[in-house]
Design a protein around this ligand. Structure first.
Ligand SMILES: [Zn+2]
Length: 308
């Protein structure tokens, strides 16, 4: 029992750490599509209420879009309904990508904190869709050298935009529609858009109009990856048969807990599960004890081949 628990902990720790591709150069930043005659319609801040409607509007027009998901912004990505929404978009051929876990301004964070914000969404997409995403959009479009360094190490390129529908800035639907009219008339070689799936009018009014207007202007509506001539994912495969956890207070997602403990983001861990003190904290301490024990065991067994 004890030995099998150790193995479980070690697998969770080292399996997860080993999952990120090693790419040491700073991330590439894309502000524009590079393939002529393409438009990438991209949607941030979900998964949320209107995701399936946007997916359907795109699919009905034989168009594809890209969703930059948060882990916990308008809701938790592991909520049953959100798991289904994320899978729905992916299964319908749209691209899924990371918008980080909790929509913090990454330029205010340490390297460990940026890693944590990115890793948890990558892990969620891996578990829900079976993919390892290749693109990340930093919240607010904000990044600095450290963000690019961490993103590069995680194999994530950074996607910004060259057209903003203005929806998150409070633009009414008609203004967003006018902006789409204007850019379609100007007819640049390609367009990389910014929209938010969390805004009702974007889903109900703006997106259906934009799809029609841009297609009439002769553009192909493709995923971000396709408009860049890149692959959307480092790896695809079967989802891990993930079923959303129940929401009793003690039902913590232990796999994620193990993972977060490796980055020592204890404070973030407690906050993200709404845990405070008492019995929940005792359980976390217990897990942490096994974590330290398993690391010690792993280090001892690898000692002849390492500097330890
Ligand atoms: Zn955002």
């Amino acid at each position: 029992m004890f030995a099998s628990l150790l193995v479980t902990v070690a697998l969770a720790l080292f399996g997860a750490v080993g999952a990120a591709p090693q790419k040491r150069a700073p991330a590439q930043v894309y502000r524009k599509c590079t393939v002529a005659n393409t438009v990438a319609l991209t949607f941030d801040d979900g998964p949320y209420t209107w995701l399936n409607d946007i997916s359907d509007a795109l699919s009905a027009a034989r168009a594809q879009g890209t969703f930059f998901f948060n882990g916990n912004n308008f809701g938790c990505i592991y909520d049953d309904v959100n798991v289904r929404r994320v899978k729905y978009a992916y299964d319908n051929g749209h691209q899924v990508a990371s918008h980080t876990w909790s929509h913090k301004d990454l330029t205010t964070l340490s390297s460990d904190q940026i890693n944590d914000e990115m890793e948890r969404v990558e892990l969620a997409l891996q578990r829900i869709c079976g993919v390892q995403p290749a693109f990340m959009r930093p919240p607010f479009g904000n990044y600095n050298d450290l963000v690019l360094e961490v993103s590069g190490a995680r194999g994530q390129d950074v996607a910004i935009w060259d057209f903003d529908s203005g929806d998150s800035l409070g633009a009414p639907a008609q203004e967003s529609i006018n902006r789409y009219d204007q850019v379609a008339s100007q007819h640049p070689s390609s367009i990389l858009t910014l929209n938010h799936e969390t805004i009702a009018s974007t889903s109900v009014q703006v997106v259906p109009y934009a799809i029609q207007r841009l297609q009439q202007a002769g553009y192909r509506l493709v995923t971000l990856a396709e408009c860049l001539g890149q692959q959307p994912y480092h790896r695809t495969g079967d989802a891990e048969g993930f079923t959303p956890p129940s929401h009793s207070r003690i039902s913590v997602d232990y796999w994620t807990v193990f993972h977060q403990l490796t980055t020592f983001s204890y404070d973030a861990l407690l906050r993200s599960y709404g845990l405070r003190f008492g019995s929940d904290l005792f359980i976390l301490h217990l897990i942490n004890f096994f974590r330290l024990l398993s690391i010690g065991t792993a280090l001892r067994s690898s000692a002849p081949h390492s500097l330890v």
